[in-house]
Design a protein around this ligand. Structure first.
Ligand SMILES: Nc1nc2c(c(=O)[nH]1)N[C@H]1C(S)=C(S)[C@@H](COP(=O)(O)OP(=O)(O)OC[C@H]3O[C@@H](n4cnc5c(=O)[nH]c(N)nc54)[C@H](O)[C@@H]3O)O[C@H]1N2
Ligand SMILES: Nc1nc2c(c(=O)[nH]1)N[C@H]1C(S)=C(S)[C@@H](COP(=O)(O)OP(=O)(O)OC[C@H]3O[C@@H](n4cnc5c(=O)[nH]c(N)nc54)[C@H](O)[C@@H]3O)O[C@H]1N2
Ligand code: SF4
Ligand SMILES: [Mo]
Length: 675
């Protein structure tokens, strides 16, 4: 018997980027484990991956094994097996027919971060650029508002701190992220460090907040007001870095009048945060050096872009940027380690025969799919729109349209796949080589290894789109570039001198050994070259020139539904793993005892959340970790395995954030009633 152990990397949309050991016996994977040599992973995968990578992800009865063609009504999930040749030829013929009759822009495609390994994540874009299809802007479902806000303020959204710089820090402020669920290894093996004061700003007392030295449990949507309250204290107590404000910041003087008005009393009235806690946080953060972790939950509010701009003002006012142990992180891009994403997506292909139509927002997907004048085909890969998108009922109705030709590329028979005319089986990250650049890290590159042959007839995304390009009769060589060639080219850019195979032996490496200081030269890619608290670009886009001390005032009597990440799912991934489903149990809503009492329901009862968009039955959980006006219903359930056939997005009307046409999913309101 042969037994080998390969190092690999988890390519999920997760801050951690865990290192893995894959045990392969006679060519078959026998277990997937955490790598004991990986500095963050330390030998243990998170619970969901430990179960699912040794469960559904390797289970031929759970995975899609063959191309499938619809044999029942749309949405029924009834399919017949066909060959790759038949599937690709028919898909190509249907797409050509649509292009001839309606134009390529009526072909919509959605994709996101089902896998973040570079080729499987990005290469399919080459095909769509050449096709001239309409992209559903991927980041509008997740973090676009924050990206736009950081662009205005810093000139870059992806130039985050290097976590290795924590050796010089005294404080980490986690604002609107929940590392205990979304970054479990960063939480356990990075954040808990001697000499570091952890502060959390979050409406929920999640486990990271409970462990933190200070937790400001503010009302949802009041972050703008809180930031101004903190700035007020800094000003009043003489804690501003005046020299830094003078040399590197534009617009402090324009902010100042609102800062002066944001007294502790006014701030408490808007946010619920008392003066003592406000002062303590302002002093600790200002003393620094401090790292500011801007979570994605923070910007999924109606005024989420404003909230992020206001939070960055704290960093600018105290000079906590551009020096060791200081800085901020939203997420780090691939470019900070020399990985050329632009090369993989090859957008120049769009300027071949056709041109590229403007993208639409995910928030408009349901409407666009309901309208034959806007859409004739939908191709999805790396996402599960039926579960993850807003306006769930309307979206599902639209997906039933007989004249909408749908192709879904997936590992599993998701709720989205059930509506497809063709389902194409994708290979998992255990089944092909690729490169991973974990987004909490700034200079780490890591290898994903092929440990076994793909299950059944599955193929990596990139191979599926190479074959589809061939079936379409496209000829551009970029559409057929081989993985080995692309991996070698990408490795060259990293400046490590390593080949992909050499990286794979090591698992992961830092491209620069020493901790990197982001913005060390204090040059920002804004029009003024400074941090722009006052932004002419924002103003030109019809936004306020400076951030506002905003706090949201919700409708009376309704609960604010927060639906952040669950510990057991990764978005909707893993919901179909039987052991994960067992651990997770029923769909629950966590609320303060006073909310349950007001609705006349008790712990363990089934209650109904209802609003103009939809209704969701949930099992009541009581906890004082949530504020009285808030109800917590984690995202990620599959619809078809949840009683009632819906998840929390059935309540989500799909409102936009103030910037970026992005999702304000933490701004949903509902009534709680006894069904
Ligand atoms: N209510 C609510 N809704 C939300 C959010 C929220 O906070 N609250 N968060 C939003 C956010 S932040 C995001 S990012 C979106 C995410 O939503 P989606 O992008 O829909 O994420 P997943 O549900 O994980 O879907 C990823 C799919 O990719 C598949 N996949 C994995 N690897 C591969 C591969 O190699 N090839 C192919 N073809 N498929 C693969 C998985 O099986 C999975 O079905 O959801 C959003 N929806
Ligand atoms: N286990 C697990 N890990 C994941 C995911 C998952 O689904 N499951 N999803 C992945 C993806 S796609 C993403 S984008 C990241 C997101 O990961 P995070 O950046 O951690 O973001 P969220 O989980 O959306 O929300 C984080 C926190 O925002 C808080 N929040 C909500 N509204 C407000 C507000 O108004 N103000 C403040 N200050 N906080 C608020 C919520 O209470 C929550 O604790 O996680 C990734 N990792
Ligand atoms: S999902 Fe995140 S925590 Fe879990 S194994 Fe993958 S990288 Fe690690
Ligand atoms: Mo996300």
């Amino acid at each position: 018997m042969s037994r080998i152990i390969l190092k690999s990397t988890c390519p999920r949309d997760c801050y951690d980027g865990c290192g893995m050991r894959i045990v392969v016996e006679d060519g078959v994977i026998s277990s997937v484990l955490g790598d004991p040599e990986h500095p963050l992973t330390k030998g243990k995968l998170c619970g969901k991956c430990a179960l699912a990578y040794n469960g559904a992800w390797r289970d031929p009865t759970a995975r899609l094994l063959h191309p499938l063609r619809r044999s029942g009504p749309k949405g029924s999930g009834e399919f017949e097996r066909v060959s790759w040749e038949v599937a690709l030829a028919d898909i190509a013929a249907r797409l050509h027919g649509i292009i001839d009759e309606h134009g390529a822009q009526r072909i919509l495609y959605t994709h996101y971060t089902g896998t973040l390994s570079m080729l499987a994540f990005l290469f399919p874009s080459r095909f769509f650029h050449r096709l001239g299809a309409t992209e559903v802007d991927p980041d509008t479902i997740c973090n676009k508002a924050g990206q736009v806000a950081l662009q205005y303020t810093l000139g870059s959204a992806t130039n985050g701190f290097d976590p290795a710089t924590i050796v010089d820090s005294r404080c980490v402020l986690v604002w609107g992220a929940n590392p205990s669920a979304t970054a479990p290894h960063v939480d356990a093996n990075w954040l808990r460090r001697d000499g570091i004061t952890v502060i959390c700003i979050d409406p929920v007392a999640h486990p990271t907040a409970q462990r933190a030295r200070m937790h400001l449990q503010l009302r949802p949507g009041s972050d703008g007001a809180l930031a101004f309250g903190l700035l007020h204290v800094l000003h009043e107590e003489g804690l501003l870095d005046e020299a830094f404000l003078a040399s590197s910041v534009q617009g402090w003087d324009e902010l100042l009048p609102a800062v002066l008005r944001a007294t502790p009393a006014r701030t408490e009235a808007l946010t619920g945060i008392a003066e003592g806690a406000l002062r303590a946080v302002a002093r600790t953060y200002a003393a620094g050096p401090s790292l500011l972790w801007l979570g994605q939950g923070l910007q999924r509010q109606p005024m989420g872009g404003n909230a992020l701009r206001a939070a960055v003002a704290l960093c600018a006012a105290t000079g906590n940027i551009g020096r060791p142990g200081a800085g901020l992180l939203y997420f780090n891009g691939m470019g900070s380690r020399g990985l050329d994403a632009g090369y993989v997506v090859a957008s120049h292909l769009a300027f071949g025969e056709g041109s590229v139509p403007p993208p639409i927002s995910h928030l408009d997907l349901a409407a666009a799919l309901a309208d034959p004048a806007q859409s004739r085909a939908l191709i999805t890969f790396n996402n599960n729109v039926a579960a993850s998108n807003p306006d769930q009922r309307r979206l599902r109705e639209a997906l039933k349209r007989e004249d909408l030709f749908q192709v879904t590329v997936e590992l599993f028979a998701t709720d989205t796949a059930d509506f497809a005319d063709y389902v194409l089986p994708a290979a998992s990250f255990l089944e092909f080589d690729d490169l991973v650049s974990p987004y909490f890290q700034r200079v780490v590159i890591a290898a994903q290894r092929k440990a076994t042959e793909p299950l059944g007839e599955a193929l990596p995304n990139q191979e599926i789109f190479r074959r589809l390009a061939g079936a379409m009769g496209f000829a551009e060589p970029e559409l057929f570039e081989r993985d080995e060639v692309m991996l070698a080219r990408l490795m060259e850019g990293t400046g490590t001198g390593l080949s992909f195979e050499e990286l794979a032996e090591k698992g992961q490496v830092r491209t620069i050994a020493e901790p990197v200081v982001a913005f060390e030269k204090l040059r920002f890619r804004t029009p003024s070259g400074r941090i722009e608290l006052a932004s002419g670009a924002a103003e030109a886009a019809g936004l306020p020139r400076v951030p506002l001390p905003h706090a949201e005032d919700g409708p009376a009597g309704m609960l604010r539904v927060l639906s952040p990440a669950s510990e057991w799912n990764l978005n909707s991934s893993y919901a179909n793993d039987s052991r994960v489903a067992h651990r997770q149990g029923q769909l629950t809503a966590t609320m303060h005892p006073s909310a349950a009492q007001a609705a006349g329901v008790a712990a363990g009862d089934v209650a109904r959340l209802v609003n103009d968009t939809g209704a969701l039955d949930v099992v009541v959980l009581l906890s004082k970790d949530v504020l009285p006006g808030v109800v917590l219903v984690p995202k990620g359930r599959w619809l078809k395995t949840t009683p009632g056939g819906a998840n929390v997005n059935v309540l989500n009307p799909g409102h936009r954030t103030d910037m970026g046409d992005s999702s304000a999913v933490h701004g949903v309101y509902a009534w709680l009633v006894s069904p």
